[in-house]
Design a protein around this ligand. Structure first.
Ligand SMILES: Nc1nc2c(ncn2[C@@H]2O[C@H](COP(=O)(O)OP(=O)(O)O[C@H]3O[C@H](CO)[C@@H](O)[C@H](O)[C@@H]3O)[C@@H](O)[C@H]2O)c(=O)[nH]1
Ligand SMILES: [Mg+2]
Length: 194
């Protein structure tokens, strides 16, 4: 049987932009279900893969989230201040190592154990990123700094400790509208983490 890859032949790759991240335009031949071949163009934005983690405390029934400015959401008509789980790009590290570093930088909590719950393509029609999603229990004594992200990189995150029920309400009324954050809150609810 043919593997799906036999139906794709890359013909050309052109770099449209190679600045902070990479935007490429692919020309490829695609074999349709009826066996005919069709030439297509698709752009792909490559900023590498990412990892995200929901920090939760079972006894207090709370989660740690951040609020930060997101320019693309702002220019698309939002206010730009998004409530999110801790997350970051992998930058050549493995997902688990990176997500623990990112949790500490962004929230100030040093987490020893994280548990992977799933992987997800976040925008597979245009962005190459695969996101690795984790959950981790935190305790008040795990806090080693104020968090907030790296100011030299322009990060200025507010750290929020929120009752889980309040986070679920914020998700239901649209105040929390970041995809990875919704996915992890729903995972927590479905699996009764708290
Ligand atoms: N100078 C400059 N800096 C940039 C640019 N784009 C991003 N940065 C900086 O690059 C850093 C990236 O921060 P991370 O914490 O590693 O990534 P993230 O933006 O939080 O990404 C996470 O969330 C994204 C949106 O949900 C996810 O797409 C991504 O996978 C990851 O989970 C931040 O300091 C950000 O300001 C740019 O065009 N120019
Ligand atoms: Mg981040």
């Amino acid at each position: 049987m043919k593997s799906p890859n036999d139906r794709i032949r890359i013909v050309d790759v052109r770099t449209l932009s190679d600045d902070w991240y990479l935007l490429e335009k692919y020309t490829f031949d695609f074999q349709r279900h009826d066996g005919s071949w069709q030439r297509l163009n698709r752009e792909a934005y490559d900023h590498g893969d990412g990892a995200a983690v929901l920090l939760f405390n079972r006894e207090k029934r709370t989660v740690i989230l951040t609020r930060q400015f997101r320019l693309p959401a702002f220019v698309n008509g939002g206010e730009g201040m998004l409530i999110e789980v801790a997350a970051g790009l992998l930058e050549a590290e493995d997902p688990e190592t990176r997500v623990r570093q990112e949790a500490e930088e962004e929230t100030g909590y040093r987490i020893s154990h994280v548990r992977k719950v799933f992987e997800a393509w976040m925008s597979p029609g245009s962005v190459t990123e695969k996101l690795h999603l984790f959950v981790a229990e935190y305790h008040p004594e795990d806090r080693v700094s104020r968090g907030g992200g790296l100011s030299e990189e322009g990060e200025d995150l507010e750290v929020l400790e929120m009752p889980f029920t309040e986070a679920m309400q914020a998700m239901n009324n649209g105040t929390i509208n970041d995809g990875k954050t919704i996915m992890l809150l729903q995972y927590a609810a479905l699996n009764q983490l708290m």
